[in-house]
Design a protein around this ligand. Structure first.
Ligand code: GAL
Length: 756
């Protein structure tokens, strides 16, 4: 028997060696097919469990792409793998083994040889019972799954077969393992020495000096590392060195050191800071680089300029609230010709309020003056059935505060719209996401929790600033954050919202999955139809925002249930993977976008974010943030800022106040851009604009500066065009057949072409 077992073991070890690429670079590749089974059974933890009849699956892609289209909830992955001792022998630092499992959407528990070793990206350091509720709380879909075990951890079977069993739970939308790397290796110097750039933002001083705080940590619990840290900053345009500093570091285990670098640079110039830590004993290096923010948006002129939506939809007798957005040296004086009867404009701040009783299209001429001049613009009011004729622009609490949102934070966001000047660029909505609800009282009224002592007074306050208010609920009994939903209280909730003065409702599927577990298209529509019935009955216009992560291709029927916008994807996070994975796959939705009916690829992740209460500065590079705002503008997406507005820095503000970029987002034609050209390195998207011009986005998917050659034929553009560089707002001259343009890493160039 024993002999048999040994033979069996060596055979399976040989087999393993054949199906795994041999450990190269001291790594074992786990991006090979794993065994897969949907459902949940504790028996599947056991190394001895026979999974030979299970299906095979590629771990680097979500299960929906591999034949499991409607799978939500539990599924298991298993793999058998030999872990050779030579990994230790060949390693410079011999104390820990790391198992890297890409990312897992949304939650996971990982077992090695029958024992729990990790949960949702956190290593379980010693033998522990598996928690049954590991899949509660905020989704962990974008957390790196890196589990680190001490080399002498008895759960590792060195030079033997090991079984890794992963229990995954998907709460909806995309599910399961995805991304990279999938591998086993010893934790090396870069796994112990970590830079953290996101606990503080860049600080701006006037137009030149930028300072940045960062931390370098030794996260090893045993090893002491000594070496030299070199920091240098290089301009991207001419390669000149802006800054260089060297420091000797002696880093004891589990120690973090904070540095501040002060780098003088013209704010419009792209530059990169390079960090190198060279360890004395091994000569090994850990390198990181950090893009510095660069500002392309010109400062507003002193003379007036009118911004914001050129067309506005309202239903008869609904309260009208529109703030004429304008920049220019204060004080500005506002006026309007041909305002329909029932509307009034406040000369001091351009706030238009009142009611329109009659359906119709009203052409208004807006005028703003100051001591430097005057600006005029046409403004069309369409009083009829359709609202949100341009994508909503505003703020939402989720990406910053998560469930810790409060009355105070909402008021502060509204106030920051005024003090930062965002309101002068068309930013309007202040939206409360999940976390405000308590319960329904005995009369069926929804009662806010103690963080929102008086919702009506708060809404009146936000309105008094010239802004609108949004709220959040779920058609299910509970919201995604576990708060009270609207199930069976839809009519009462809609009335309560209207009574408070709500202008926007985000209605999030969440626990409705328990009521319609495997919904067909009708069942997907049903809860939205139901709520729509009641919000249409109240005496104010409420933007109806469907949130169900794109299920059943919602973009093909969102308008049928009277949605004004619908989320086309799962939740966004502040990583390139998340941003590009969402943004560049929106072409399929393009034909379905129209005025009042917008595809919503989720909110902006710029500035200080964190899903609350602890915040960090966005992990997107400045170029990625340019890509984010550019692409969302081309996609005619709702623009909902998801950051702490009380900590807006000059760069973030510049991203959100470029009126030519925002004008593309707000273009009245309401056509979403289409992807016209793509390869592994770049994509080109084109959006038709109302005046016959075209907005074109070039996007570089690589990590290097890239020359992109564009043939106008490929953009279906004939003849001569005037080309404008939108971010810096400069003309680039005439183009005919083709042009070439250099695009920064993960960055963009946004162009508008007009007929000469
Ligand atoms: C998610 C939704 C997020 C946020 C969250 C609140 O389902 O996609 O945007 O609203 O729920 O719990």
């Amino acid at each position: 028997m024993k002999k048999f077992t040994i033979c069996l073991f060596s055979a399976s070890l040989l087999l393993l060696m054949a199906c795994h690429r041999p450990a190269s670079d001291n790594k074992i590749d786990l991006s090979v097919p794993w065994k897969f089974h949907s459902g949940d059974d504790p028996a599947w933890i056991a190394a001895s469990f026979d999974d030979s009849k299970w299906e095979l699956i590629n771990p680097t892609d979500i299960w929906e792409h591999q034949g499991y289209k409607n799978l939500d909830g539990f599924a298991w992955y298993r793999i058998r793998v030999a872990i050779p001792k030579r990994l230790i022998n060949d390693a410079f630092i011999k104390d820990s083994l790391q198992i890297r499992l890409g990312r897992i959407d949304d939650y996971d528990q990982v077992f090695l040889n029958d024992e729990l070793i990790g949960e949702n990206g956190k290593t379980i350091p010693q033998k522990t019972e598996a928690r049954p509720d590991f899949f509660k709380g905020q989704s962990q879909w974008d957390t790196e799954r890196r589990y680190i075990l001490a080399a002498n951890d008895p759960r590792i079977h060195w030079d033997q077969e090991n079984v890794i069993a992963v229990r995954a739970y998907d709460q909806g939308g995309a599910g399961g393992m995805f991304s990279k790397p999938f591998e086993i290796s010893m934790a090396d110097l870069p796994d112990h020495i970590k830079f953290d750039f996101n606990q503080s933002g860049f600080k701006f001083d006037g137009d030149t000096l930028i300072s940045k705080q960062f931390a370098i940590s030794n996260i090893s619990l045993k090893e002491d590392f000594r070496g030299k840290l070199t920091i240098k900053a290089i301009r991207c345009d001419n390669g000149n060195q802006l800054f260089r500093e060297e420091t000797l570091l002696d880093m004891a285990p589990n120690i973090s050191t904070v540095f501040t670098v002060n780098i003088k640079k013209d704010l419009s110039v792209p530059a990169i800071i390079y960090f190198t830590f060279r360890e004395n004993a091994s000569g090994k290096e850990v390198r990181e680089s950090l893009e510095m923010p660069y500002i392309l948006t010109p400062k507003p002129c002193k003379s007036p300029r009118i911004n914001g939506a050129k067309v506005f939809g309202i239903r008869p007798w609904s309260p009208f609230l529109y703030k004429v957005a304008a920049t220019g040296q204060p004080p500005l004086t506002y006026s309007a010709e041909s305002l329909p009867e029932g509307l009034h404009l406040r000369a001091g701040d351009g706030l238009i309020t009142g009611y329109i009783s009659k359906k119709g299209e009203y052409k208004v001429r807006l005028k703003v003056t100051n001591s430097f001049g005057a600006a005029e613009r046409d403004f069309t009011i369409k009083c009829g059935d359709l609202i949100s004729l341009t994508p909503p622009m505003g703020w939402n609490s989720w990406n910053v505060w998560g469930l810790s949102v409060s009355d105070k934070k909402v008021r502060q966001a509204g106030e920051a719209f005024i003090s930062s000047g965002l309101i002068n660029h068309g930013w309007t909505y202040i939206n409360i996401d999940d976390g405000w609800e308590d319960t329904h009282d005995k009369n069926g009224n929804i009662i806010p929790n103690s963080k929102f002592p008086d919702m009506k007074t708060m809404c009146t306050y936000i309105h008094s600033l010239g802004l609108k208010v949004g709220i959040y609920s779920s058609p299910g009994p509970k919201t995604c954050g576990g708060y009270e939903g609207s199930y069976n209280f839809e009519e009462k909730d809609a009335r309560n919202y209207a009574d408070w003065g709500i202008d926007y409702l985000k209605y999030d599927w969440c626990s409705y999955g328990g009521i319609a577990p495997n919904p067909n298209e009708n069942q997907l529509k049903a809860p939205y139809r139901e709520m729509r019935k009641y919000i249409r009955k109240v005496n104010r216009d409420i933007h109806f925002s469907l949130c169900q992560y794109g299920m059943g291709d919602v973009w093909t029927w969102g308008n049928e249930v009277d949605g004004n916008s619908w989320r086309t994807t799962g939740d966004i996070e502040d990583s390139w993977e998340s941003l590009s994975g969402i943004g560049f796959t929106q072409s399929k939705c393009s034909p379905f976008s129209a005025p009042g009916r917008w595809n919503d690829p989720d909110m902006l992740v710029v500035g200080w974010v964190g899903w609350g209460p602890k915040l960090h500065y966005t992990r997107l590079t400045p170029n990625e943030q340019y890509t984010h705002v550019t692409l969302w503008s081309l996609l005619a997406a709702p623009l909902l800022i998801g950051c702490d507005l009380t900590q807006l820095d000059a760069f973030t503000l510049s991203l959100l106040t470029n009126d030519e970029v925002l004008a593309i987002n707000q273009d009245p034609l309401g056509k979403q851009a289409k992807k016209v050209s793509k390869n592994d390195e770049y994509q080109i998207w084109v959006r038709d604009l109302e005046d016959g011009s075209k907005a074109v986005g070039l996007f570089n998917l690589t990590e290097n500066q890239l020359p992109v050659n564009v043939n106008l034929d490929d953009l279906l553009m004939k003849g001569k065009w005037m080309m404008r560089d939108v971010w810096p707002q400069t003309d680039l001259g005439l183009v005919q057949t083709h042009f070439e343009m250099s695009v920064p890493p993960h960055g963009t160039r946004l162009l508008v072409f007009r007929k000469p």
